[in-house]
Structures are given as C-alpha cells and as structure tokens.
Ligand binder design. Sequence first.
Ligand code: NAD
Length: 353
Amino acid sequence: MISAIKRILITGNTGYVGPAVLEQLRQSYPQATLIGLDNGYFAHCLTNADVLPEVAADIQYFADIRRLPAEVLQDVDAIVHLAAISNDPMGNAFEEVTFDVNFQASVDLATQAKAAHVKAFIFASSCSMYGLADDTPRKETSPLNPLTAYAKSKVRTEAELQKLAGQNFAVTCLRFATACGMSPRLRLDLVVNDFVACAVASRKITILSDGTPWRPLIHVRDMARAIDWAIARDEGHGDFLAVNAGSNSWNYQVRQLAEAVAEVIPGVNISVDPNAPPDSRSYRVDFGLYERLAPMHQPQVDLLTTIRELEAGLQSMGFSDVHFRGSMYMRLEVLKRLRAKGLIDGKLVWSRV
Ligand SMILES: NC(=O)c1ccc[n+]([C@@H]2O[C@H](COP(=O)([O-])OP(=O)(O)OC[C@H]3O[C@@H](n4cnc5c(N)ncnc54)[C@H](O)[C@@H]3O)[C@@H](O)[C@H]2O)c1
C-alpha cells in the first residue's frame, strides 16, 4: 500500500496541526508529492518557526475548500482532511459557515475524491462528539452527544463519509482527543497550552471551570503519527473506520492538568473560578481500539515533556502577555480581527482587497 502512495493532499495544512503532519509525511513518504491546500486564515500567525513550515510541501494552494480548484485532485492517492472551523467558540460565532465548511465542503471533497480514484481519505474528527457523558470511557460504539455546532458538524460528516466509503475508497475518521503541544503556529485556545501560557506569563493558572471535567489529550506530533498510520492502514480493518485517536493514559481531569503544569513550572498558583458555568464537555474516552489496530503508532509524547516543550517554546518567543486570551493566539480572535478589517466577509470568504 505504502509504495502506491505517490501524491498526498493535506487540506487545512497552514494551521496548528498541519506543520506536524507535513513533517511526519515528509519522513514517511520522502519520494511522494505532498500538496497543501488552505485558505490561510492563520498562515500569518507563525510563532516560533525557524522556517515557513510549508517549505516541506511540494505544492501549496491558497484556496477555499468550498470552491475546490478542479486540478487539485488529479492523481492524488490519499487525502488528509484537516481544513475546518476548528473549535467550539468559532463554531458558535459562525454556525452556518461551520456547517458549510466542516460538513458540506468535506462531503463534497470526499465525493469528488472518490470519483477521482483517491484511495484513502483521512478525516480529522473529534472526541468532542461524545459531549457530556458519565464517567464510563466512551468507545466508538457509545452513543454520541454532540452539543455544539462544531461537534455536530463532525458527527454529520462521519455519517456521510460512511456512505461514501467502499472497496476502492477507504475512509478513516480519527476522533482526536484535544490537541496540545508546541507548533510553529501555536494555539493557546487549547487547555494545556492555555495553562502553560498562564504559568509562563503570570505564574497563575485560572481554571475556567470547577476543574473536574475529563479531557482526553493528544500531542500534535502523535496526531501526525495517527494520520501516518491511517493513510496506509490494513484494508482488513474495513472500508470505513471511525476510531478514537489518543491514549488511555492521557485521560485527565482539568485540575490534574493544571497541577502537572505547576509541577514543571515552579511557583505557580492554581485558582478555580467559583462562578464558572458547568463545563458541558466532560468525557473519558476508551482508546483500546486504536491500541489494538495501530500498535506501532501509539502516542509517544508524555504530558511532562509536552509542558516542558511548551514552556521552552513560549520562553524563546519572549512570551509574557497576561491578556493572551484576547490575542492572536486564539483562533476566534484572529477571525474576528480579519472580519473587523473587512478582509473576510460574513461567510469567511476572503475579500481579496
Ligand atoms: N486542535 C484540536 O484540539 C483538535 C482536536 C480534534 C480534532 N481536530 C481537528 O483537526 C483539524 C486541524 O485542527 P487545527 O488545530 O490545526 O486547527 P486550525 O484552525 O489551526 O487549522 C485549520 C485550518 O483549516 C483552514 N481552513 C478553514 N476553513 C477553510 C476553508 N474553507 N478552505 C480551506 N482551508 C480552510 C484554516 O485556514 C486553518 O489553517 C481540524 O479539522 C480540527 O477540527 C483538532
């Protein structure tokens, strides 16, 4: 299968996860043509990059997946589909666009991909589709409880992808845990990254909940390893596979995450917001299926290493902004600023000014 993969398209590659995916696939497929496609909302949000991450791609398109240029899919063997409105705050602010991009354009892309004889389609799905659940770890067969536009878009897309999957079109939906870790386009709207940023900037972590919600995590490099596995996965695992991607040892309660940060960074004070509304996202996830199917691609990075890397990365950026929750490190904030400047319209289409 690996030798048959000569051309890989990665959508949404100029974001937080994309650079790690390019790096991983460049290693695993040194001879393949890697094609990136992104409309570049966050392309300018480079943080501690030594070089533009996209130099690892052979071809880079700046395009909107809602208007896919026809030539993009020519001779492509595998698609890694990351492009999305990628969290709940953005999904809540731009509900219709979230539906258009995350659901409609994803299904259109897969439909065109199948017609173009693409063999493997990897969809970046999310464990957030389990929503608020009891303490029993959620399996792939557990009931879904998507509570937000973002989570609902992932559920609907998976359902349509299942219908499209077939003998010559293998679909893998990787239900990723919440991402964390350093990236050349760091996001601080992710729980561990946020806590480390709080600790570095002010030696004080304010938890925006009572600290009890469960949150499974995965490092960005381990997301890339899972994608690497999915591209060449055993056909015996079925034409359609939805699998929780993460590790059983990375199911944490939010408070434990803050404590881990305080263990690495001395002098950090943790406070819980007593007035915080109950967090509607709390779920433990069973990653046993992924462990069985992908024994050679299990997550490798541990939590303390992740925290140390983030701390070092933030220090090297000279990071000290205590108000970062309203800054360019937050994906929603970037979109709001692009909107306010009239650079993108209400449908988040570039104005090309
Ligand atoms: N970060 C996480 O915790 C996490 C967890 C589970 C799943 N995922 C999924 O992984 C994927 C990547 O996440 P990320 O953290 O890198 O997000 P990100 O927001 O940093 O990157 C998403 C990229 O998609 C691009 N994009 C959005 N709409 C587009 C459009 N219409 N046309 C072309 N490109 C478009 C954006 O410009 C951006 O570069 C997403 O699908 C996300 O839902 C992320």
